[in-house]
Design a protein around this ligand. Structure first.
Ligand code: ADP
Ligand code: MG
Length: 347
């Protein structure tokens, strides 16, 4: 076969393979866009586990009519423009691929109205070249992205979808994770027309505890030790960590509360896991894990988030420093806990 350039849709479908694994991955990308757009309220409407419909509505800054075509195009983003920007990413998105990828494997409409535009417009990418068509629509300030019939044109992927219930559980878990990273934002999650979760914007400590309890359980909030700490390596680059950890008394119950965020991004990180385990050292019996919610904040240029398309992994430039700082902060928190101290004494 001669070498040829692939049609846009096919190229986007190939790219979608990396990030659009299941309905929950679509929800993740779309909510990250809403958060990057400064939304304070996000509604997530799911039908049939997301296989039939995923609709995300936000009140963020929106996209103007003349930018809609770009928003749906691959390698088009408003979030970075130079290589330097990639070294210090402050937004959740930056790859400029999510909308193009998702719309290549579903029927996606993007409806938006920025505050300085009278009229809302709706964009759809059609055909093998993903030509973007735009028409007037009704919408308040913000954006709604509707994704129908996910994987309808990629049967191999569609076959891998699990039951409606399982796919929705993935979405539900995702919303919990996101709601724990953005307390100041209100979320409503519906499934088949029914409200399943509603997290009101939380600002005061009482409101924050309420959301924490709704997500991590009442007993986690009661027993968890909170911590907040800041360290500078001498230069003006402070590392901040805060959050909650379960004390050693109820680890079995709380082992499934394990949430870690770096600069607002949910991640799974070996380094962080290792640090947490080390902080608990002999405290937990083999095979048990502590419950934790940990927020790490560091200057954006100290962490590389462009490790994998799914953006679940990061690399710290000063990994050892971060690791040791987590260990010492958690160990200090645990040792100031009475239960921990009496446990140490009786050992
Ligand atoms: P990325 O988030 O990596 O930039 P996306 O394909 O997810 O790439 O989105 C492309 C662009 O569309 C974004 O850079 C942003 O400018 C715009 N956009 C997407 N979703 C929204 C939204 N909900 N509100 C405002 N702008 C949006
Ligand atoms: Mg994005």
């Amino acid at each position: 076969m001669p070498i040829k350039i692939l049609p846009a849709r096919l190229a986007n479908q190939i790219a979608a393979g990396e990030v659009v694994e299941r309905p929950a991955s679509v929800v993740k990308e779309l909510i990250e866009n809403s958060l990057d757009a400064g939304a304070t309220r996000i509604e997530i409407d799911i039908e049939k586990g997301g296989a039939k419909c995923i609709r995300i509505k936000d009140n963020g800054k929106g996209v103007s009519k003349d930018q809609l075509t770009l928003a749906l195009s691959r390698h088009a983003t408003s979030k970075i423009s130079h290589l330097d920007d990639l070294e210090a990413i402050v937004s959740l998105g930056f790859r400029g691929e999510a909308l193009a990828s998702i719309s290549s494997v579903s029927r996606l409409t993007f409806t938006s109205k920025p505050s300085d535009q009278d009229q809302a417009w709706q964009a759809v990418a059609e055909g093998r070249d993903m030509q973007v068509n735009i028409q007037p629509a009704a919408h308040p300030q913000g954006t709604t992205v509707e994704v129908l019939d996910l994987f309808f044109n990629t049967p191999a992927r569609r076959r891998f979808l699990k039951t409606e219930k399982t796919e929705f559980q993935h979405i539900d878990e995702l919303i919990r994770r996101i709601a724990l990273s953005s307390f100041e934002i209100g979320f409503v999650l519906k499934h088949n027309g029914k409200i399943i979760r509603q997290y009101r914007a939380a600002q005061t400590p009482a409101q924050i505890d309420k959301r924490l309890a709704a997500i991590c359980s009442e007993s986690f909030v009661k027993s968890a030790l909170s911590f907040k700490s800041e360290e500078s390596d001498g230069e003006a680059s402070p590392l901040k960590i805060s959050g909650w950890i379960s004390d050693r008394l109820s680890p079995r119950l709380l082992g499934d509360v394990q949430y870690c965020y770096i600069n607002g991004r949910m991640i799974r990180d070996k380094l962080v896991n290792h640090a947490i385990k080390q902080a608990y050292a002999r405290l937990l019996p083999e095979g048990q894990f502590p419950g934790y919610v940990i927020y790490i904040n560091c200057p954006a240029d100290q962490v590389d988030v462009n490790v994998h398309p799914s953006k679940h992994e990061v690399r710290f430039h000063q990994a050892r420093w971060v690791h040791d700082y987590i260990v010492s902060t958690l160990a200090t928190t645990l040792s100031s806990d009475d239960a921990y101290v009496s446990h140490q004494r009786t050992e």
